[in-house]
Design a protein around this ligand. Sequence first.
Ligand code: ISE
Length: 354
Amino acid sequence: MSTTTQTTDRPTGTDARTGDLRVGIVGAGLMGADHVKRITERVSGAVVAAIIEPDAGRAAAAAANAPGAQAFTRIEDAIAAGAVDAVLIATPGQFHEPVLLPALAAGLPILCEKPLTPDSTSSWRVLEAEQQLDRPHIQVGFMRRFDAEYQQLRALVESGEAGELLMLRGVHRNAVVPDTYTQTMLITDSVVHEFDVLPWVAGSTVASVEVKYPRRNRLSPDHLREPILVIIELANGVLVDVEMNVSVQFGYQVATEAVFAESIARIGQPSGLQQWKDGRFSVADHTSFVTRFAAAYDEQVQRWVDAVRLGTLVDGPNAWDGYKVALACEAGVTALNTDGPVPVVVPERPAFYA
Ligand code: ISE
């Protein structure tokens, strides 16, 4: 990895020599490092040109998978050096806005890991900044929309061939979570995905959120009261329930059952190696979202790179979707300590996002 900075008169949008999109990865933690490998090894038409990460150890570890990438500690420096054509933000949500705003001011296309920002006020500020540009530049990393089974389920709903969709019943289970994971993060870090993908599947928006507490799992970290049952009413009358559970110990499961008037459909069932041994039948299951959604992440990043190279810039959930999810998360966080449903009121969508 080189730390030299230079400006060139290359054509905007790509590396002058290879024609590849020069992506700057902001944040080299679990997801950032995973995206570095993804872009280097599996995504075509892009190269990791910069790693923007204040922690030198993390930066060096990620850079080992990004030959030739420059190192920066601040997004402003990568922009000033003309080192990147597009930015992939993979820091925790509370650090997104300070990266989004300078990247937007520089007119850079952005793929921003979820959540857009942690609350709707800051998300709205981001929308306002984006609307200074000629068109949306931000795609939000709700990768489940790129999962083949979620896409099939959405197509089934749209086709009407199973009859009317009545209910969606989901489970979202993590083996364990780190000590830094808080009660609020059950909503803002985990259920955040359901707030995006399930209304997208059902063709609607979140109207209210309620949280119910079953018995607490004694294996949960002391500071967590979970699992929780999240009940989400959609504006079209479809009722969604999600078991959010982050201490199941054995693995990672994200599954949905759709109840239609004339049919039941399921996605997210274990589909790996099946084995019969010692009078037992077993199927390999996932232990983390990194493998469970690996194909979806690949598809998401490839399609974003293609959209940026084509000039459409966004091919997936945009900042308006991120804002709606921020509203749902706020209701969800309130619902953690409220009896009954908490309404979600979505303002009129700015014409910019039509
Ligand atoms: C994590 O941050 C993710 O985004 C995963 O998809 C989710 O399953 C997990 O609960 C979160 O902590």
